[in-house]
Ligand binder design. Structure first.
Ligand SMILES: Cc1ncc(COP(=O)(O)O)c(C=O)c1O
Length: 475
């Protein structure tokens, strides 16, 4: 018996070693630090169930980040697998440039029924970046069509992440990501992040919010309203550190956009499909009816790639009719409206409806947020913020003072390593531990997740103390 165990352990190690060898030799990952390319020791995900992933050593891990904010209905759903297989057998592909297909049309209709106001036209894409790219290209088409070729600049925000195509990366405001990349800088203007945690101590939250909205208006006026085509905003800045704006911020920004005929693009790639307890957060949570919503991720719960750019009837009307003959919106993909992805999305929505997953998120999220707030008693925890089932536990080694980036990276890595050993995947964005578990997570599982995170942070803090990189504040 003992021998068999040793044998199986050595097989597992061998498997992990083999996967890593292949990975390091041939797989260039997103956001690869080229200095480490070929020498990474990535965890290899092998199988899954519910909120858990199993790695190549057989270790069971809670998926804290929910893949990348996308595994809403959880892993290993048999009915989803069957729906995908059935569609793949029936019709795995059609050319969306000249044909249509029942599941894709059905999905467009279904998505339109879930969006706020008059957002009823759905352009299906391959993911979030291409949904954002489509939204921006549509804004450009719209203004060209209306005889306003100068009205093309997009206003975006620092800390924003909108994707990885040239245009969506252009409007992303995480400047560290731009170090070695080019962007169409003349097509974008950044305003500051609405992160109330970073406001000066003299300002109330309302004053901070009003100043951010004023900055938007001032920027439009400075550039000239005839030059500004769109304002793009995530309802909650996700990868930027789960930045929840002060209530009223989005509504006031929308009013400014309306005043200057600037399109409002609400990037709901993360917040859509239940993360905040609603299909889309724009209207029920933030009281806005944008002109365009972009979505992806939770649309299929990550089972297959798919994105959507959803456009208002107002815009479609202004770009349509007899005068539009010959005005081709030349944008789209081989896989726009891919039938197998659309079948997965329809099944995903059906599961979310049948299992009342939106209601479940609204019920468990106060527990999730309260439990995370308890981590504030750990000396290196600086801020805990979030809404729905998305949150960020921001750690800082020096209170009231920015610590060097390198140190923050070290801390993030330590937390990640300890948590993984304890059975939890976290996704530190430098010093920020982002939590966005599958939406089916129960209160007991939330407790398990937060307990591990607490222990992981404390162990990392002790490591840093032993290495002389951190010391407790004197009482
Ligand atoms: C708000 C937001 N928009 C767009 C994207 C890009 O989506 P994708 O990676 O599917 O292209 C992301 C990805 O994380 C995102 O968080």
């Amino acid at each position: 018996m003992k021998t068999a165990n040793i044998q199986s352990i050595s097989n597992e190690v061998h498997k992990t070693k083999k996967i890593r060898e292949r990975d390091n030799r041939h797989f260039l990952h997103p956001w690869e630090d080229m200095g480490y390319h070929g020498h990474n020791e990535r965890t290899a995900a092998i199988s899954c169930e519910g909120i858990y992933l199993y790695d190549s050593d057989g270790k069971k891990l809670i998926d804290g980040p929910g893949g990348m904010w996308c595994t809403q209905i959880g892993y290993g759903r048999k009915e989803m697998v069957e729906a995908i297989a059935e569609q793949a057998a029936k019709l795995p592909y059609f050319s969306p440039f000249n044909l249509t297909c029942d599941v894709s049309a059905q999905l467009a209709e279904k998505v339109a029924s879930l969006t706020p106001g008059d957002l009823n036209t759905v352009f299906l894409t391959t993911g979030g970046s291409t949904a954002v790219d489509t939204a921006l290209r549509l804004m450009m088409f719209y203004n060209n069509f209306r005889g306003r070729p100068e009205k093309k600049i997009t206003i975006s925000r620092e800390d924003a992440y909108h994707g990885s195509t040239y245009l969506s990366a252009t409007v992303s405001g995480k400047f560290r990501d731009k170090n070695y990349q080019d962007a169409a800088d003349d097509l974008v203007k950044f305003i500051s992040s609405p992160n109330p945690y970073r406001r000066s101590k003299e300002m109330t939250e309302q004053e901070f919010r009003d100043a951010k909205v004023q900055e938007l208006e001032d920027t439009i006026l400075e550039l000239g309203p005839d030059k500004v085509g769109a304002f793009i905003a995530e309802p909650i800045l996700a990868s930027g550190g789960v930045v929840v704006p002060v209530p009223g911020y989005h509504r006031m920004c929308l009013d400014v956009c309306r005043k200057y005929d600037v399109l409002y693009i609400s990037d709901e790639v993360v917040t859509g499909f239940g993360r905040l307890g609603y299909w889309f957060a724009s209207e029920p949570v933030f009281d806005i009816q944008p002109d365009i919503i972009t979505s992806a991720k939770g649309l299929t719960s990550g089972y297959l790639p798919l994105g959507a750019c959803i456009v208002s009837d107002r815009l479609m009307k202004e770009m349509g009719g007899e005068k539009a003959e010959g005005a081709v919106f030349s944008n789209g993909y081989t896989y726009s409206g891919h039938p197998v992805s659309c079948a997965a999305a329809l099944k995903n929505i059906e599961i979310m409806e049948n299992e009342k997953i939106l209601e479940h998120v609204r019920e468990v999220s106060p527990h999730f947020l309260n439990r995370l707030q308890e981590l504030r008693d750990i000396p290196i925890v600086g801020d805990v913020r979030g809404q729905g089932l998305m949150a960020c536990v921001e750690c800082e080694l020096k209170k009231d003072e920015e610590s060097p980036l390198e140190l923050d990276y070290k801390m993030g890595l330590r937390i990640d390593n300890h948590c993984q050993k304890l059975g939890l995947m976290v996704r530190p964005v430098v010093n920020m531990n982002v939590m966005s578990p599958p939406l089916i997570i129960t209160k007991t599982q939330i407790d398990e997740m937060v307990d591990i995170l607490r222990e992981g942070i404390i162990r990392a803090m002790k490591d840093l103390e032993q290495e002389g990189l951190w010391k407790p504040a004197q009482c």
